[in-house]
Design a protein around this ligand. Structure first.
Ligand code: SAM
Length: 384
């Protein structure tokens, strides 16, 4: 600080000693204020980082209490008093409900409308909270959000630091639970259902886009296998909108066992590392980000074995993030957060275009094309 001051002072015109002292004091005060402001800003940033989990937990609390559904069912914005009276919470919690709603409106999950003359705040839904309404059949991602907020993997986030310090091939989830996510899902029906329902929820926003781009994607395709297709939500949308495409879903036995073979989609149980049923096209939605490069190459090779040559229309359709490539409506942060989720519960990762190119080349494919980007995921076509 002294050096800075003497440099600054040396460039000043000659001045009296009184004036010099007054300059010096002003400089020091100003400098100190700047430093204080910077430090305070840094501290505020740190508070927000350290307590960021309370945003997530307050959001979870709103879901646990059913607040988005309560406002939706009211057909119009709700006052705090109305909200309090329909939720199953005791009268003593009313002022605390206000505090919860204050944070949730601050972070954009709800909106607070002018209360007019009355001092009772009025709350309404935002685009975000509408996405988790139970009755929203066209776009309800509540099951997926519930799944990601479940203790099954929430706990693993506490062990990421420990995991970094251990030279183990197991991911933080395995270190904490002693087995992989897929092993738990195969043993525990409740976890299996939660993941499968969550995946159906995760697809709903993509379904519209698959339909929008489908004329080009499914042109000339007569059969398609959705590998790791879960409950078949996306395959069903494809089969209904593009009836010339016969759709099959391949997944593990515990996932497909109770799926209805109702003629719209055929369910086949199997292991994608061993065999993929033949088809014109293979769909992989949110599969490869669960696996290491070596495993992805093995899966992609099985997919390549299942499809005809490029000239005969063979292709693999991948729906995944391409890190660094997002549509304007979302931020790169979602991709990076998903990547940390993958680090925590799988062997996989979110990949950038070069990473994808490497996998396609190693698996023996000749070229690929990124068809479009939807939110933070892209549709990539890969050709043999
Ligand atoms: C992240 S989920 C994606 C589900 C679906 N594609 C979607 O996006 O809605 C991964 C899926 O891969 C399935 N899976 C995991 N290992 C598999 C294997 N060896 N063979 C076939 N499917 C597998 C899981 O059961 C699960 O349904």
């Amino acid at each position: 600080m002294e050096i800075w001051l003497s440099c600054a002072v040396s460039s000043l015109p000659p001045i009296s000693s009184d004036l010099f002292h007054s300059y010096q004091t002003n400089y020091l005060t100003h400098f100190q204020e700047l430093m204080d402001n910077k430090l305070l800003q840094a501290q505020v940033g740190l508070w927000n980082l350290a307590f960021g989990y309370l945003k997530t937990m307050s959001f979870k609390c709103a879901l646990d209490l059913g607040i988005p559904d309560a406002i939706y069912n009211n057909d119009q914005p709700m006052t705090l008093s109305q909200l309090h009276s329909v939720l199953s919470i005791p009268p003593s919690k009313k002022s605390h409900l206000y505090r919860l709603m204050r944070l949730l409106t601050h972070i954009g999950f709800f909106i607070e409308k002018s209360a007019g003359a009355c001092s009772d705040p009025v709350y309404d839904l935002t685009a975000q909270s509408r996405l988790v309404i139970q009755k929203n059949e066209s776009a309800n991602i509540l099951p997926y959000v519930r799944c990601t907020l479940d203790n099954t993997w929430l706990k693993s986030s506490l062990y990421i630091g420990d995991w970094f310090m251990q030279d183990s091939k197991k991911n933080p989830f395995e270190l904490e639970n002693g087995c992989t996510l897929w092993e738990i899902a195969s043993r525990e029906p409740a976890v299996n259902k939660m993941i499968n329902d969550g995946m159906v929820g995760s697809s709903c926003l993509f379904n519209d886009h698959i339909v929008r781009y489908g004329d080009n994607i499914f042109k000339g395709i007569e059969s398609l296998v959705d590998v790791g297709g879960g409950k078949g939500a996306m395959a069903e949308v494809i089969a209904k909108n593009f009836p010339h495409v016969r759709c099959t879903v391949l997944d593990l036995p515990h996932v497909v066992c109770d799926n209805p073979n109702d003629g719209i989609v055929k369910f086949v149980s199997g292991d994608m590392f061993k065999y993929v049923p033949p088809a014109n096209a293979v769909l992989l939605k949110w599969i490869l980000h669960d696996w290491s490069n070596e495993d992805c190459i093995r899966i992609l090779r099985r997919c390549k074995d299942a499809i005809p040559s490029r000239e005969a229309g063979g292709k693999v359709i991948i729906l995944e993030a391409v890190v660094g490539l997002t549509s304007t409506m979302t931020s790169d942060e979602s991709q990076l957060l998903f990547d940390m989720l993958m680090l925590m519960v799988t062997e996989g990762e979110e990949r950038n275009e070069n990473d994808w190119k490497y996998l396609f080349t190693e698996a023996g494919f000749s070229s690929y094309k990124i068809i479009c980007t939807i939110g933070f995921s892209s549709i990539i076509e890969v050709y043999p």
